[in-house]
Ligand binder design. Structure first.
Ligand SMILES: *[C@@H]1O[C@H](CO)[C@@H](O)[C@H](O)[C@H]1NC(C)=O
Ligand SMILES: *[C@@H]1O[C@H](CO)[C@@H](O)[C@H](O)[C@H]1NC(C)=O
Ligand SMILES: *[C@@H]1O[C@H](CO)[C@@H](O)[C@H](O)[C@H]1NC(C)=O
Ligand SMILES: *[C@@H]1O[C@H](CO)[C@@H](O)[C@H](O)[C@H]1NC(C)=O
Ligand SMILES: *[C@@H]1O[C@H](CO)[C@@H](O)[C@H](O)[C@H]1NC(C)=O
Length: 356
């Protein structure tokens, strides 16, 4: 066919011709090299992998850095933790500037990944064990996939209270007046979703009663857990911090109410400066040796944590709910301003630089 440069028909035809033949996972071959073989390739490439990980304390991924560097001598995991909602815009800037410095990006902003895939900036790469990752967590073309599970839970310090927290209405008990510490829902979308789920179930009267408890509002989701642990702080309980497994005393998961959980999702950039390093990291993250140290696994073939179910069968949570909710940005924005109107804008320094 002869095409004039201005012909719409030609543009459409060539766009179709250059798009992937089909979205079919069987077309992306799973990595067959061993971790040691990829390690050698990553060392030959320079021995560095630059990771941007979503989070709200600078040291939140230091155990991953330690484990990775111990497992793969000579490698440096150059990890930067920042709020996912800031990392994504900074990556967009690198993409726009044609200056991608990031190898791997692992975030809570699940809505970014289909967009980046559409832009053609993600590497279609299936690490070993990709086939075992739960179906709802992975892109059919292996452009992105869930790598670990995050979840909020009910957390109280047993040295500060005897009251057992089992469900969200328990936070309204008189003994928790002035003793709750909560992350601003208008500062973190996964906290926002948690508040929305609770209000859907228990109504606005629950939220009004919560405000009457005079909670302390903070930035960052690790900050409540830190304050609750501190003997110096009067804060006793929260439902906006990550839960750790096995559940420590005083930590519970609701069964009537719904707690937020999601697959923290990762991708390798097509223009990654260190593609072999990035592949090594993603193979390690999905490996049995690593997944079995992480509480809930993203993999179908590994057992559930003791006393719990696999996350997609766990009562009290819907692991795919958050991703679906995050994709409606107009709704997220409306809900954010609804809370901001009730409790004010998030106050304080970034949780990455404050001392809490
Ligand atoms: C995926 O590819 C396989 C083998 O080429 C084919 O049999 C199957 O029908 C395809 N599935 C989809 C959903 O395209
Ligand atoms: C480490 O990551 C930072 C932040 O992304 C980047 O500026 C720096 O160049 C990276 N260092 C190396 C050695 O790649
Ligand atoms: C409670 O106190 C004990 C004994 O001092 C201590 O070992 C434990 O870590 C404390 N628990 C919490 C949640 O602070
Ligand atoms: C608690 O307060 C004391 C006295 O102000 C201080 O020395 C100590 O470091 C504080 N402990 C914590 C865990 O913040
Ligand atoms: C979980 O959430 C997804 C996405 O919103 C929804 O399609 C699905 O029906 C939910 N599952 C249950 C059991 O409610």
């Amino acid at each position: 066919m002869r095409c004039s440069i201005f012909s719409l028909a030609c543009l459409v035809t060539s766009a179709v011709a250059s798009s992937p033949v089909t979205s079919n996972v069987s077309k992306v071959h799973e990595e067959t090299r061993s971790l040691d073989e990829i390690h050698k390739a990553a060392l030959a490439e320079g021995g560095v992998v630059t990771l941007w990980h979503g989070g709200d304390e600078a040291n939140q991924q230091s155990s991953l850095k330690t484990a990775f560097e111990a497992r793969f001598p000579g490698m440096t995991l150059n990890v930067t933790v920042d709020l996912s909602k800031y990392h994504d815009g900074n990556l967009d800037q690198q993409i726009a500037d044609g200056n991608v410095q990031v190898d791997s990006i692992i975030l809570q902003t699940l809505h970014d990944y289909p967009r980046w895939k559409e832009q053609g900036v993600l590497l279609n790469y299936a690490p070993a064990n990709f086939g075992k990752v739960h179906g709802s967590f992975k892109d059919a073309d292996a452009a992105y996939m869930g790598l670990l599970i995050f979840a909020w839970g009910l957390i109280a310090n047993v040295n500060k209270t005897n009251t057992v927290l089992a469900e969200y209405p328990d936070f309204l008990k008189p003994e928790f007046k002035d003793k709750l510490v909560l992350t601003y829902p208008n500062d973190d979308d996964a906290v926002l979703y948690q508040f929305d789920l609770i209000i859907q179930q228990y109504g606005l009267s629950w939220f009004d009663a919560l405000l009457a408890q005079n909670p302390r509002w903070v930035r960052g989701t690790e900050t409540p857990a830190t304050l609750i642990r501190s003997a110096n702080s009067s804060s006793v309980a929260t439902f906006t911090s990550g839960i750790s497994l096995p559940l420590p005393a005083g930590n519970t998961l609701p069964t009537q109410g719904e707690f937020v959980s999601w697959p923290q999702t990762g991708a390798i950039l097509k223009k990654a400066p260190h593609p072999e390093g990035a592949k090594l990291l993603h193979n390690f993250l999905l490996s049995t040796e690593h997944q079995t140290t992480q509480g809930w696994s993203v993999r179908d073939d590994l057992p559930a944590p003791a006393g719990l179910s696999k996350i997609w069968e766990q009562e009290g949570t819907n692991i795919t709910g958050f991703g679906a909710w995050m994709s409606d940005r107009a709704n997220v924005e409306r809900r954010k301003y609804w809370y901001e109107n009730k409790i004010g804008t998030a106050q304080g320094l970034s949780p990455l630089v404050d001392d809490l």
